[in-house]
Design a protein around this ligand. Structure first.
Ligand SMILES: N[C@@H](CCC(=O)N[C@@H](CS)C(=O)NCC(=O)O)C(=O)O
Length: 231
């Protein structure tokens, strides 16, 4: 009998140092056959134009699967688990609400705060040199008054949740959509601004990084700045 090698229909459009790393981790955990097409950010950090030819947003991740083209990592995570999960990555009954909450909270609230923090930190250095001192004062005040107090609230909230003695956000024995979504936000936070993160949260990020599937995802995706555990 001859072996049949059918090409996977699913392709992940992967940008270096980006949210598409969480999709790679998911695909490796689930053991789903997939193609990967890699894109590199330019020197300005912006995604290359080729990504906008796949989906008008031009951001990562994007997947294509037969006729389907899908952007937005939360939608992609849910689509893949639903279509290819074969019963894996499901929360226990007791963790369904947590799974729902953390799956949406990551991109809905946490990532916008972290992205604002990043923009406010780097904006002054992008301005003409003579207005940089003024901008440093303005953006510094915005961080201190607006962003940092909120990040402190969110850090405490996440730490309290992860202090209940459970390994994963939905409380089961394996990662679920909540973890695929929270992993990127927390590893980016741990690498950029670790001081305010709690011990259980840091342990959680290290737990994600220790998964064999996560390590395989790193090999497939190439250089990724947020996988370092030096926090
Ligand atoms: N909420 C979207 C955000 C997508 C997004 O902003 N992706 C970033 C990478 S982490 C990107 O492609 N940035 C490059 C650019 O904006 O040029 C998602 O979760 O997919």
């Amino acid at each position: 009998m001859t072996e049949s090698h059918t090409e996977p229909t699913l392709t992940l459009h992967h940008l270096n140092d980006s949210r598409s790393q969480r999709i790679l981790w998911l695909l490796e955990e689930l053991g789903i056959p997939y193609n990967i097409k890699s894109y590199q950010r330019g020197p300005d950090g912006i995604a290359p134009q080729e990504l906008a030819q796949i989906h008008p947003f031009g951001t990562a991740p994007i997947i294509t699967d037969g006729e389907i083209t899908l952007a937005e990592s939360g939608a992609i995570v849910e689509y893949i688990i639903d279509k290819y999960g074969a019963g894996k990555a499901q929360p226990p009954e007791s963790g369904k609400l947590d799974n729902l909450f953390y799956t949406h909270y990551s991109e809905g609230t946490l990532m916008p705060l972290l992205v604002n923090k990043l923009i406010f930190s780097i904006a002054p250095s992008k301005a003409p040199f003579f207005i940089r001192p003024l901008l440093r004062v303005v953006f510094g005040a915005l961080q201190t008054k607006l962003i940092d107090p909120r990040l402190a609230i969110h850090s405490k909230y996440i730490e309290t949740h992860l202090s209940k003695g459970q390994e994963w956000f939905a409380g089961g024995s394996e990662p679920t959509s909540a973890d695929y979504m929270m992993s990127f936000a927390l590893e980016a936070w741990a690498n950029g601004y670790p001081a305010v993160l709690g011990g259980k949260t840091k342990e959680y990020v290290k737990r994600v990084h220790a998964r064999p599937a996560y390590k395989r995802a790193l090999e497939k995706g190439g250089e990724y700045s947020y996988a370092k555990d030096n926090f």
